[in-house]
Design a protein around this ligand. Structure first.
Ligand code: GLP
Length: 261
């Protein structure tokens, strides 16, 4: 796992954007994994900026979102499919239907989950998966206790996650759905490169558990310790509970920048 501690959330977004650009320039038909939540928003803004500057085209790129609430009407502003549409998709040049999410409107949710797994495999798998982390250590919506080998399935959100996400629902925790569909930790592990963004003091404990704690379903994000190519981009606040922060800073400052992430 490569841990990069940066001076600001903006720098983390710029590094992640550069990694996406480098991937698409090597592989115009790349497959991206897109996360929601507030952590990747600065990255998406930078990707849009680069697209508008003529530096980046998504015309051959496919993308899969990580997760979706169950129980929101189609097109609800806070459904994750809608968030991705609003924050990224409509501003760049994805082909129609190039971005997919798990179908939380399906009558048979288990079947919709299996279909989603198959769609990711049929697309050749995810090349670069963007991730955030919840304060309880979740990635996508894999809450504590999630099997480290899990695939896309229905999950129940913890009270903590619903409380954290109530800010997107006019601070009304009762408006936050209790159920979701989420790619599993096994699904996420299949992506060829994981890039996790975490900023702010509120993420410090979860980040320390993910990077330096035991590999455990109790901290689902710790599964990144198993991945051969996982990059964790942090600001100083999110890195503030790490024991080996100085070592990670040393490694990064000595790394030849041409290597990328
Ligand atoms: C949400 C999403 C995750 C996201 C996380 C953190 O519930 N399901 O994909 O990474 O929680 O969100 P934020 O970046 O807003 O802190």
């Amino acid at each position: 796992m490569e841990v990069v501690i940066l001076d600001s959330p903006h720098q983390a977004a710029l590094l992640a954007a550069e990694s996406v650009r480098a991937l698409i320039s090597r592989q115009s038909q790349a497959v991206l994994g897109l996360a929601t939540g507030s952590s990747p928003l600065a990255l998406y803004a930078e990707l849009i900026r680069r697209h508008e500057a003529g530096e980046l085209s998504f015309s051959g790129v496919k993308a899969f979102t990580l997760d979706e609430y169950v129980g929101l009407p189609a097109g609800h502003a806070e459904s994750y499919r809608e968030v991705i549409r609003r924050e990224l998709e409509v501003h760049v040049d994805f082909a129609p239907d190039a971005v997919q999410g798990p179908n939380a409107q399906a009558a048979d949710l288990a079947q919709a989950c299996a279909q989603y797994e198959n769609a990711i495999i049929a697309a050749g798998g995810v090349d670069l998966q963007i991730l955030g982390i919840g304060t309880d250590g979740h990635i996508a919506f894999n809450e504590p206790g999630s099997s480290l080998n899990s695939l896309t399935r229905v999950k129940t959100l913890t009270a903590q996650t619903r409380k954290d996400n109530a800010r997107f629902f006019h601070d009304d925790i009762d408006a936050v759905p209790a159920l979701c569909l989420t790619q599993g930790l096994g699904t996420i592990q299949r992506a060829r490169h994981l890039v996790l963004l975490a900023t702010g003091e509120a993420k410090a404990a979860a980040v320390a558990a993910m990077v330096e704690g035991p590999l455990s379903a109790s901290c689902p994000a710790s599964v990144l310790q198993l991945h051969p190519h996982a990059t964790v981009l942090l600001d100083e606040a999110a890195a503030s509970s790490l024991h080996n922060g100085d070592y990670y800073r040393e490694v990064w400052s000595a790394k030849p920048k041409w290597q990328g992430l």
